[in-house]
Ligand binder design. Structure first.
Ligand code: ZN
Length: 438
């Protein structure tokens, strides 16, 4: 199976930021086998399928480095309540979250991401085996981590049951082509030091990633300050679990010393600007992290924290907040923000040899963003068009691992109406209970 996409404006996002304003991409199997200017397209190229891109912008599939895709049912519930986490999220999860609900939520969330040009994501949730099944069926690329937390949850009867769950889950999915299993301790202050070390040992044993919420909450900062005069990052260094395996989500509250420590242990950061500012928690020191050459990718956080799973929204919010924070409109030019959503995310997830840029030999995770819509004219700078003008509804075609997942703005292999109906049916008990808490 081979697909030729022609007449496209290609932003490769490779090291040199090579572009082909009138270019082509040839996909063979799961890989990009050729890419270049239309004028250099070999005459004898034979492709099973030929797509005329009609001057769409071709970019690498976007990478969402932090989310909880089982949480679609929570979207728009209690958004403006100060105690949302403990009033809605934790109790409703324990009462109403089921394996089937996580599975159907997962499928719906992946559809939403595919339609928005997100081809890879990192997830932390419960029933992660059902989330993996959903991911496998939808054909997205993902790193999936079972949550470990210090109380019994919807999928375990004991505190820290996620550790045993992960012992089954990780080996089961270890050799999947698109899925990498992981382990996900919930946060620095919702796990004991012993259990955090156990999770890190498990990740080490299976050579898989570990992800955790770090330095996100004010009370998390106060807790470690009072306990041992440390920051959460200092605490993690102290108990010896920082490593290049760790994807630390949020990292809103960092000292200079914290940044030094993150760099020393090659920790990566998932930056969730939309969720962090909607909840009034703060803006992470991304400019300083990047200055220290710490990989930073973009994340939406769960659909109840960020309300959308698309990275166009995150790119725009990233620009607005960081430019304002730095009082410098020239800070973070659009090309650097597109890099955060693509190659930056790939480096955070350790997938930079496979995805993150459009290059020969890399996996064909490709997004075509149409330029016909009213908001996409004129285009003097394609990077600026993606960051400041475009939105998820401009995504026209999406390929993951060479498979066409979105065709002319519609799911190509699934029916969105069916996915929504299935989720809605599973949500009945959840919705009844949720309404009582409002
Ligand atoms: Zn999160």
């Amino acid at each position: 199976m081979s697909t030729l996409i022609k007449n496209i404006h290609i932003l490769t996002m490779d090291e040199e930021k090579t572009t082909y304003p009138d270019g082509y991409i040839l996909i063979e199997g799961s890989d990009i086998s050729s890419i270049g200017h239309m004028k250099d397209l070999p005459e004898k190229v034979k492709a099973t399928e030929v797509i005329d891109g009609k001057q769409a912008i071709a970019m690498p599939g976007m990478i969402n480095t932090h989310t909880h895709i089982g949480m679609i049912p929570f979207r728009s519930l209690g958004d403006d309540y100060p105690d949302r986490l403990r009033r809605f999220l934790f109790p409703l999860e324990n009462e109403c979250m089921t394996e089937s609900l996580a599975y159907h939520s997962g499928k719906y969330a992946i559809a939403e991401m595919q339609l928005a040009g997100v081809t890879t994501f990192m997830d932390m949730y419960y029933f992660e085996d059902a989330v993996a099944k959903a991911t496998d069926e939808m054909g997205s690329r993902a790193i999936l981590g079972e949550t470990v937390i210090d109380f019994p949850t919807c999928d375990t009867t004991e505190a820290y049951g996620g550790l045993d769950y992960a012992r089954q889950f990780i080996p089961k999915w270890l050799n999947h082509e698109l899925i990498t299993p992981a382990i996900a301790p919930h946060a620095t202050n919702t796990n004991s030091p012993e259990k955090l070390k156990e999770a890190a040992r498990l990740a080490e044993y299976y050579q898989v990633p570990i992800t955790m919420h770090v330095a996100e909450m004010d009370y998390e900062m106060a807790y470690f300050q009072e306990q041992n005069n440390l920051t959460p990052v200092g605490f993690l260094a102290d108990i010896g679990i920082l490593s290049e395996r760790l994807v630390a989500a949020h990292c809103i509250h960092l000292s200079d010393e914290d940044i030094h420590i993150l760099k020393k242990y090659n920790v990566k950061v998932a930056h969730c600007i939309g969720a962090n500012t909607k909840s009034a928690k703060g803006v992470a020191r991304v400019a300083d992290l990047l200055k220290s050459e710490i990989p930073v990718g973009l994340g939406t956080d769960g659909p109840s924290s960020g309300n959308t799973l698309d990275l166009f929204t995150q790119m725009k919010l990233f620009a607005n907040f960081h430019k304002t924070n730095l009082k410098d409109r020239a800070a973070f030019p659009a090309v650097e923000i597109v890099e955060r959503a693509t190659m930056g995310g790939a480096k955070v997830l350790g997938l930079e040899d496979k995805v993150g840029s459009l290059e020969i030999g890399k996996k064909a995770d490709i997004v075509l963003v149409e330029t016909d819509s009213v908001n996409m004219f004129p285009i003097f700078d394609p990077y600026a068009a993606l960051v400041y003008s475009a939105n998820a509804s401009n995504v026209q075609d999406v390929f993951i691992n060479g498979q066409r997942k979105v065709k002319q703005k519609q799911l190509n292999q699934e029916n969105l109406k069916d996915l929504r109906r299935n989720l809605s049916e599973q949500m009945a008990a959840f919705a009844t209970s949720a309404k009582k808490r409002l």
